[in-house]
Design a binder for this molecule. Structure first.
Ligand code: NOJ
Ligand code: MG
Length: 584
């Protein structure tokens, strides 16, 4: 009897405990849910496609929409959640499409509007969101607006651009990012100079003109109605500038954004854009650039501001642009400072590469045949385990590398050619300049996607617009698909891990042993979920002791080597080893 009584008591206790824990669980979830503002553009991974170089379907040597359609299953297999595509609009292609001459038309090189719609549907069927590149700090000089504007001061499009009337004398010096001759160009018909922050074929649009702003919102609505989910605002910080055009002090170009953009009116424009487009169409916008300070960045993306949703800063890519390399301490410091500044409000993209930088593995990892796979895996583990939305540039899932281009004759990029002219004009050491260009030029990252080891890497049946990297024989999708330990399959495991674990998206970030010279270690915590990320940034073995975090209860969630050696509280990491552990 007593036994039965005891047993009943035991059962009642268990029932009570279960009821209590059920009550507790929803509470914790409720707490977490009220703490996190869940959004699709925060979760998952964004994949960036440079359409000209992804896949050519018609043998003209240029990537196109039909080629992308052929590879939709590949894109889906990456486990990414959205795609940002570089510009494919009608354009004279002076800056590879960042000079748009009709924002509602497709450049025939990429296909037709029907092809675009088919591609978009292909993404939608796979639940992949689509982000459009909106290039509206400037248009092409071939755009109808500019063609009209430059015909007469009375023309209704004249005030779509910035002009300095010649009767006021020469305009105050303005630096141009692409043009060694500076940022003003003279047009005889109107006897005035127009402003261009980039090439002379890219005149800056006048955002102070409400008519121009309305045109831009109409363009954005046109694409939103077609079904695009987000916008990447190109060079948008320059949309607002001091249009009294005062003289600037010598050397001002070093703090370019401060002098050339980001005037307070920018926020009025963004708020207007939010009301007109972002909110009613339930889309999102990410700005290229995040100002010069945390305050600038917060003012752009904090949710209560109702302006933009995401921004990306350049502090990390900026430290990687010379052959001297970068310091891990500086790298950790930048990411930790930005994370800290955005822990409570605002959201950032996390990236180390894109179409404006050379290849990820060359700048931040180790591109030698011995280490390129492991170091690519390590970098992708980093990108996909940080707070913020990871942006992955096509080919970096494979560890595609820089292409060797030692002489200027081979370059087609307006920025490389402009920089070369500026360096020569200033009497700089040309050999040194070419060495740096070969290392950091963005053309390195525009070579055709490496699909297999057949002719032209399966990119085209014609002549590719740009020389392929000869290492496509070793580095290609087909080869990596069949190897479970490839960079590609590691990338897929990482996107899945991130998708399955909200802690990797929203969890708090805490750096551990910040001073460690070769290991980047950090912890992510969300409620009871804790993960420890250990990344060896060096080509040698490294050990790290973590008294609190490394215990008996570690479960390895991902590892780019077969083994992980932990003895007591010390982990020994092989060159570029990357592991994520679930910890208590
Ligand atoms: C930034 C873009 O990313 C870059 O590729 C382009 O050259 C400039 N903006 C000008 O649009
Ligand atoms: Mg083609």
């Amino acid at each position: 009897m007593i036994k039965r009584y005891l047993r009943l008591d035991f059962i009642v206790t268990i029932i009570l405990l279960t009821i209590l824990s059920c009550k507790n669980q929803p509470k914790e979830e409720v707490d977490l849910a009220s703490k996190i503002d869940r959004q699709w553009w925060k979760e998952g991974t964004l994949y960036q496609i440079y359409p000209q170089s992804f896949k050519d379907s018609d043998g003209d040597g240029f990537g196109d929409f039909k080629g992308i359609i052929e590879e939709l299953d590949y894109i889906e297999s990456l486990g990414i959640s959205s795609v940002w595509m570089n510009p494919f609009f009608k354009s004279p292609l002076v800056d590879n499409g960042y000079d748009v001459s009709d924002y509602r038309a497709i450049h025939p090189r990429y296909g037709t509007m029907e092809d675009f719609e088919e591609m978009l549907k292909g993404f939608q069927d796979r639940e992949i969101k689509f982000v459009l590149d909106v290039v509206v700090n400037h248009s092409s000089d071939q755009h109808e607006w500019f063609q009209e504007a430059k015909s007469s001061r009375e023309n209704k499009y004249y005030n779509y651009y910035h002009w300095w009337p010649a009767e006021k004398g020469k305009p105050p010096y303005r630096h141009s990012l692409f043009d060694p001759d500076g940022g003003w160009d003279y047009v005889e018909a109107v006897d005035a100079y127009y402003l261009h922050t980039f090439a002379e074929e890219q005149p800056d649009l006048n955002w102070e003109n409400p008519k121009l702003r309305q045109e831009v919102y109409d363009i954005m609505k046109y694409w939103a109605e077609m079904g695009v989910d987000g916008f990447r605002m190109d060079a948008f910080q320059f949309a607002s500038k001091d249009t009294t055009f005062p003289e600037f002090p010598d050397g001002h170009e070093k703090d370019f954004i401060k002098w050339y953009g980001l005037r307070p009116q920018l926020h009025d424009y963004l708020k207007e854009m939010y009301k007109e487009v972002i909110e009613p169409y339930n889309v999102f916008a990410v700005a290229e650039g995040a100002g010069s300070t945390f305050k600038d960045a917060h003012d752009l993306v904090d949710s209560d501001r109702k302006e933009l949703q995401v921004a990306y800063h350049f502090e990390t890519v900026d430290m990687s642009r010379t052959t001297d390399g970068y310091e891990l301490s500086q790298f950790k410091d930048v990411f930790s400072r930005w994370d800290d500044a955005f822990a409570e409000n605002g959201w950032l993209a996390i990236f180390l590469s894109n179409h404006d930088n050379s290849r990820l593995v060359n700048r931040f990892g180790n591109a030698s045949p011995e280490f390129r796979t492991v170091s690519t895996q390590m970098l992708n583990t980093f990108l996909l385990s940080m707070r913020g939305t990871p942006y992955t540039y096509y080919g970096d899932e494979l560890g595609m590398t820089n292409i060797d281009m030692p002489t200027i004759e081979e370059y087609v990029d307006i920025s490389a050619i402009g920089d070369y002219k500026m360096a020569s004009a200033k009497g700089k050491d040309v050999d040194e300049f070419m060495k740096q260009l070969n290392y950091a030029s963005r053309e390195n990252a525009r070579t055709p996607m490496q699909w297999d080891d057949s002719v032209n890497a399966g990119f085209t049946k014609g002549t590719p617009w740009k020389r392929l990297n000869p290492n496509y024989i070793q580095i290609n999708v087909a080869k990596q698909n069949s190897n479970p330990n490839s960079a590609l399959n590691h990338f897929r495991r990482m996107t899945k891990l991130r998708k399955d674990n909200l802690v990797l998206v929203y969890g708090d970030y805490e750096i551990l042993q910040k001073e460690h010279p070769s290991v980047y270690a950090f912890k992510r915590t969300l409620g009871n979920d804790k993960m420890l990320v250990l990344l060896n940034f060096s080509d040698e073995n490294s050990t790290i002791s973590l008294t609190e975090e490394l215990g008996n209860s570690n479960e390895t969630l991902i590892n780019n080597y077969e083994e992980l050696i932990i003895e007591g509280n010390e982990a020994s990491l092989l060159p570029y080893q990357a592991v994520i552990l679930k910890i208590e």
